[in-house]
Ligand binder design. Structure first.
Ligand code: URA
Length: 238
């Protein structure tokens, strides 16, 4: 069953006017419900009733869509690239809403990227004040010693200052490389790559596995999925 809401609230939610102004329009007879002049205090269901202002239907409330994409390496985190390189926007083109990436992954970084048309959510998540934890799977060249891993965790001096404490987990050495998970809550430009470079171990491969409480999980590379209500709630809590 659809909820009925006061007309002035529906008109304001559609972005046409403030509630006060909408009340004035109702009183002035400019608003109709199913072809009948509306009265102040009346309620209607936006999906069932035909609400018109000056004979024009109320625009539909924009639906918020938020997805998680497993970004492939080689894709730019944008909707359009003037240089014509592949962009993440192409990978979500089946979705008719205009989705924008939240934050950025470097061209060669893969993994969890959130895209949304919910401007308020995007702004909140991207704000440094919120310290969203991000976990990356890192493959770095060379065999990192435990003292170097500790340094990554404690803080590395970069040209824009010391990095904040981070977590290093699941370390393993393969051949001449070191794999580990690094969790940071800052979002400086190319931060993980610069931290590893500062220790003389360039990053060979970088994949974001987690963003706040969200996990990339088994989503194939290049594919996206719409977030579940539970996942959205986790994001909204940030
Ligand atoms: N750190 C990096 O260096 N690159 C990214 O894309 C994300 C975090």
């Amino acid at each position: 069953m659809y909820m009925k809401e006061r007309l002035q609230k529906l008109i304001a939610a559609a972005g046409l006017a403030s509630r006060r102004q909408a009340e004035e329009w109702i009183e002035a007879g400019r608003v109709t419900v199913n072809g009948r002049r509306a009265s102040l205090g009346e309620r209607a269901a936006p999906h069932l009733d035909r609400i018109e202002v000056d004979g024009r239907p109320l625009p539909r409330r924009q639906k918020n869509v938020t997805v998680m994409l497993n970004k492939p390496a080689g894709y730019v985190t944008t909707r359009h690239d003037p240089q014509g390189r592949p962009v993440v926007g192409e990978l979500v083109r089946e979705i008719s809403e205009r989705l924008f990436p939240v934050g950025r992954l470097d061209l060669q970084t893969e993994g969890l990227l959130i895209l949304t048309n919910d401007g308020a959510l995007a702004q909140r998540l991207a704000h440094p004040r919120h310290h969203v934890e991000k976990t990356y799977l890192v493959k770095a060249r060379g065999l990192l010693q435990s003292s170097e891993l500790e340094q990554l965790a404690r803080g590395v001096r970069l040209e824009d200052g010391m990095t904040a404490p981070a977590r290093v987990e699941k370390v393993r050495h393969t051949g001449s490389n070191t794999w580990f998970e690094l969790t940071i809550h800052e979002g400086r430009n190319r931060q993980v790559r610069r931290m590893c470079e500062a220790l003389g171990h360039p990053v060979v491969k970088l994949r974001r596995l987690r963003y706040g409480a969200l996990e990339l999980g088994p989503l194939p590379i290049g594919r996206y999925r719409v977030l579940s209500a539970r996942e959205l709630a986790l994001l909204q809590k940030i």
